[in-house]
Design a protein around this ligand. Structure first.
Ligand SMILES: [Zn+2]
Length: 293
């Protein structure tokens, strides 16, 4: 198996044996290799050995693409070992407007993601600096914001005010949750008000929009950070490219809605590689810390 891994490190989709082209996908079908050993990079199409990508914090070893990761993986990468204490873990959505099929959809999403909702919140330390932390999970209904996501975010800020903690939130969202109608739209005002109270208490909020952050989440707490940090090539926007182009009847720039474009235009303050994220956050917490750690 190790030989095979070494071989795969040096090839993308195909290699040559005695002049004959062999495609990795065909090789896979001929030998019994567990599927989770391989990973395909959606950016450069390279076939990668999962172990190698995991060692690089789920970043493509060929082109640097940052794979989408779960809320749990995100918190594991950022929080000091065994320091994360989760808030409101059991909170789950009901069907407030009687949307057809919503309960079944929620049940399915829970079993796929292993989560009760699209955001995980709690507190932890980062290089010994305490903070309140939230991470959204795009695997749960595309990280959409309904009543529970909004409530968990608002409670995160409220607890952070009580405990005088800074807040860091990694967002990943398709926007408001249409199955909750107007109630999901209200979460934009609720979360924004919670951010404001936290800010008035003189506390730091770092927003980290990750790929993809769009819709009502961009239009509320994801864009209200005192500092906004992102990862390379992250998609951050409100409406999709096609909708905007159709509305304004103009072609948008290639890099539009990327973290790089938004850095250039002042929306994002810093783009940080995933490997450096923990140390950068710890440094910012240290600069703004109320006490010495
Ligand atoms: Zn790649």
């Amino acid at each position: 198996m190790n030989m095979l891994k070494d071989l795969l490190k040096n090839v993308k989709d195909k290699f040559y044996d005695d002049g004959q082209e062999i495609k990795i996908s065909e090789l896979k079908s001929q030998v019994d290799i567990p599927d989770d050993l391989w990973l395909k990079c959606p950016k450069c199409n390279a076939t990668l050995v999962r172990d190698d990508v995991e060692k690089e914090n789920m970043v493509c070893t060929k082109c640097g693409y940052h794979f989408r990761i779960s809320a749990k993986e995100r918190i594991d990468m950022i929080a000091d070992t065994n320091t994360f204490i989760e808030y409101d873990k059991e909170m789950h959505s009901v069907n407030p407007i009687g949307f057809d099929g919503y309960e079944q959809k929620l049940r399915k999403q829970k079993s796929i993601s292993g989560l009760n909702e699209a955001v995980v919140t709690g507190e932890c330390t980062i290089n010994s600096y305490p903070c309140a932390i939230g991470a959204m999970d795009s695997k749960f209904l595309m990280g959409s914001m309904g009543s529970v996501v909004g409530e968990k975010i608002a409670r995160l800020f409220e607890r952070a005010i009580e405990k005088r903690l800074p807040v860091i939130i990694f967002t990943a969202s398709g926007g408001a949750r249409m199955q909750e109608g107007i109630i999901s739209l209200m979460q934009m005002a609720k979360t924004s008000a919670a951010v404001k109270k936290h800010s008035e208490a003189g506390l730091l909020y770092i927003a980290v929009p990750t790929d993809p952050t769009t819709g009502g989440v961009t239009a509320s707490f994801a864009s209200l950070g005192d500092i906004i940090i992102s990862e390379p090539k992250t998609l951050i926007g409100f409406a999709g490219r096609r909708v905007i182009e159709g509305t304004i009847k103009q072609k948008l720039p290639e890099e539009f809605q990327s973290a790089e474009f938004l850095l250039e235009h002042g929306f994002v303050d810093m783009i940080v590689h995933r490997k450096a994220m923990k140390n950068v956050l710890a440094k910012l917490l240290r600069y703004h810390s109320e006490k010495e750690v």
